[in-house]
Design a protein around this ligand. Structure first.
Ligand SMILES: Cc1cc2nc3c(=O)[nH]c(=O)nc-3n(C[C@H](O)[C@H](O)[C@H](O)COP(=O)(O)OP(=O)(O)OC[C@H]3O[C@@H](n4cnc5c(N)ncnc54)[C@H](O)[C@@H]3O)c2cc1C
Length: 285
């Protein structure tokens, strides 16, 4: 691949990186793990802003949040002892769905969600766990619900004016029941047909609140609010899981249109959602 790169910058802070990007506009690009740039570097780019040494590699929890630094690699999420215990390990397990060890070892959380293909692994799990995204421009921090980060207009400003620094997940989700599953041609395939994550606050075998997130089948990962409303207040049983799966297929029909491939993917989504709910409902007290 031919490139026109003339300069590398190694900023000392996320703010400095964002200020450089704002100044140089489309002639600069951020590199974190660099796995996406191997295929997509524009010839307009002259400056590479390498953020890989910034101190944004933390996985820690306080009384309010689980905090995941944007430079954590996918493998670090997969192997984190803290994440293994958080919401039944659903973040670690979702990270482990990554197609190959090289991409998991080099690719970062930030790169995964900031230029998210519909089938990227991490967006649905952050959606399901009510995550908040923290970004900086050259001066201050801005936070937003994770769903807003996936909007095309917001995504266009990331890596341009804004740098993603951290994903914050509410501490209350630590004890939630959760599960993830995907359908892809092979285990090593990056592009799933369907990927689902469910997370639920279950007490006394009753679902107090549930989140159902679906990816790959939609232009961007999204929650299914009507299915979630059906689950709220219901017993954590096989019958409830089946009803929720049917509700999800109907809700997706409204979102995806009528093509035969989508019809198949919707049916598959129903199967995965039912499976995820049954797994999440196991071991609830
Ligand atoms: C062979 C191969 C297999 C893959 N398999 C999978 C897979 O199974 N599942 C999956 O989800 N993905 C997969 N990917 C995609 C990719 O590797 C991951 O999404 C990875 O997490 C990207 O992170 P990165 O740090 O390498 O991104 P980079 O290449 O460094 O950056 C990607 C983009 O995000 C921007 N960016 C990066 N960090 C930030 C930040 N903190 N703030 C603002 N902008 C930022 C960059 O400017 C760039 O535009 C695969 C890629 C390859 C090449």
């Amino acid at each position: 691949m031919r490139t026109n790169i003339r300069r590398f910058c190694f900023p000392a802070s996320a703010q400095e990186a964002a200020a450089i990007l704002a100044r140089l506009k489309a002639t600069a690009v951020v590199v974190a793990g660099g796995t996406r740039h191997t295929r997509t570097l524009s010839p307009a780019v002259e400056t590479v802003v390498d953020i890989s040494d910034l101190p944004l590699r933390h996985i820690k929890a306080d009384g309010r949040w689980l905090r995941l630094g944007a430079l954590c690699t996918i493998a670090e999420l997969e192997k984190s002892p803290l994440l293994a215990r958080w919401a039944r390990g659903v973040i670690a397990r979702t990270a482990g769905l990554g197609s190959n060890a090289l991409a998991r070892g080099m690719g970062t959380l930030g790169g995964n969600v900031v230029r998210a293909h519909p089938f990227n692994n991490l967006p649905p799990v952050f959606l399901a766990l009510d995550a908040v995204a923290a970004c900086v421009d050259g001066k201050r921090e801005k936070t937003m619900p994770f769903a807003d980060l996936l909007k095309p207009e917001v995504m266009a400003s990331l890596g341009r004016r804004y740098l993603l620094t951290e994903i914050r997940i509410p501490a209350a989700t630590r004890r939630w029941a959760a599960a993830t599953d995907r359908l892809a041609l092979t285990r090593s395939d990056w592009e799933s047909y369907v990927h689902c994550v469910v997370a639920a606050d279950v007490k006394g075998r009753k679902v107090r609140r549930a989140a159902v997130a679906v990816a790959a089948i939609l232009p961007r990962a999204a929650r299914l609010p009507r299915t979630e409303a059906l689950l709220a207040g219901r017993p954590a049983t096989e019958a409830t899981a089946g009803q929720a799966a049917s509700a999800a297929v109907s809700e997706l029909t409204a979102l995806t249109g009528a093509s035969p491939a989508k019809a198949y993917a919707r049916e598959a989504a129903g199967v995965l959602i039912r499976r995820c709910l049954l797994e999440a409902f196991k071991e609830v007290s």
